[in-house]
Design a binder for this molecule. Structure first.
Ligand code: MG
Length: 352
């Protein structure tokens, strides 16, 4: 069809107006000498963006705030366990600044992609991960993450880079779970979308189904944190919701185990039953984190002190717990002194 031809009228077509606007804008684009592909991309983004995008982004940013403060808080406590126990007993905070790690770096990339596209565009997300990695590779990335992100930054398709990890099994690590709470918050009213897009957000680095299962569990809990009524048993309800929607496998088995623990069992018993991320796997990280949320769903400080006392991969367990509990208890639950201690977030050029 030539640009000057009037499109055939289609009465009562709900898509008619967007099509007409598209042709008008394309004609303008040609006259101005602009790249039509950019226009097409812009049109796709407009059509997929949800009308309440600003409110969704507000929730995603709240999750990011809780996640990043938790990440930076937990990272401060990679020292002797006795010192941590003493700090916890008198709630003594480490001196600022608290530096965040790869958990926050990757969550920032998730939020940037949501801000731009309103959904998880896997190619864009892989690019953002790689760009952030190249800018600051010393943010505590694991060995496999280094390999995958370096390969993507050098032009290897993410499907190849993620798929060849661990001799072709793909990663079942906790790295997809640690960054996903903002996505669950963004899509909170649509659990089908939460599951599909959490899986997509994981797939660019975690090809193993259980690495993806961890992301689904955390995203579902974050969504429930936004939508379920505030109730004393809310934390356990989030665990139930995660069990219901997480694909079968080691992580889901761990969630079942967490649910079966006595409600007031000690942190030592929880760690011995569930792990606390020492193996850096989804299965020994996500169940413990959601168990910690269930203990203190409305108290950000108490939840984080409990979580960090489980030791293990404490920046990541605290990031997961912080992202979810902040969604339940709101921004005011994060102590201003904690927020001030965390170093400022480094936003990329594509985020507002
Ligand atoms: Mg980390």
């Amino acid at each position: 069809m030539g640009y000057g031809r009037t499109p055939t009228a289609v009465p009562n077509s709900p898509s008619r107006m967007p099509v007409q606007k598209f042709w008008i804008r394309l004609e303008q684009c040609v006259r101005c000498g602009s790249n039509p592909k950019l226009l097409l991309a812009g049109r796709e983004i407009m059509e997929t963006m949800r009308p309440d995008h600003p409110e969704r982004m507000e929730r995603a940013r709240l999750a990011l705030m809780g996640l990043s403060v938790g990440d930076a808080f937990g990272e401060c406590f990679f020292g002797p366990a006795q010192v941590l126990q003493l700090a916890r007993s008198v709630r003594t905070l480490p001196p600022s600044p608290w530096y965040y790690t790869d958990d926050t770096e990757m969550a920032l990339a998730v939020v940037e992609v949501l801000q731009h596209a309103g959904h998880i565009d896997k190619d864009r997300l892989a690019s953002r991960f790689a760009e952030r990695y190249c800018r600051e590779p010393r943010r505590g990335y694991g060995g496999t993450a280094h390999q995958i992100l370096r390969a993507i930054s050098e032009g290897t398709p993410w499907q190849v880079a993620a798929g060849r990890a661990f001799s072709g099994m793909g990663s079942m690590g906790n790295g997809a779970a640690m960054r996903v709470a903002p996505l669950g918050a963004y899509l909170a009213d649509d659990l089908v979308a939460v599951i599909a897009q959490a899986r997509d957000s994981a797939a660019v680095t975690h090809a193993h189904p259980d690495g993806q299962a961890g992301a689904i569990a955390v995203a579902i809990a974050a969504a429930g944190a936004c939508t379920l009524p505030r109730h004393p048993s809310l934390g356990w309800q989030l665990l139930d919701l995660a069990i219901e929607h997480t694909p079968a496998g080691p992580t889901q088995q761990g969630l079942h185990k967490a649910r079966a623990l006595p409600k007031r069992c000690s942190i030592d018993l929880a760690v011995s039953a569930l792990g606390s991320g020492s193996r850096i796997l989804s299965e020994d990280t996500v169940p413990f984190a959601l168990w910690c949320v269930a203990q203190h769903p409305t108290d950000y400080e108490a939840a984080l002190w409990l979580t960090v006392s489980g030791l293990g991969d404490r920046d990541t367990t605290c990031a997961i717990v912080g992202g979810i509990v902040a969604l339940i208890s709101g921004p005011s639950s994060i102590p201003p002194s904690w927020l001030a201690a965390r170093e400022p977030l480094n936003w990329g050029q594509n985020a507002s």
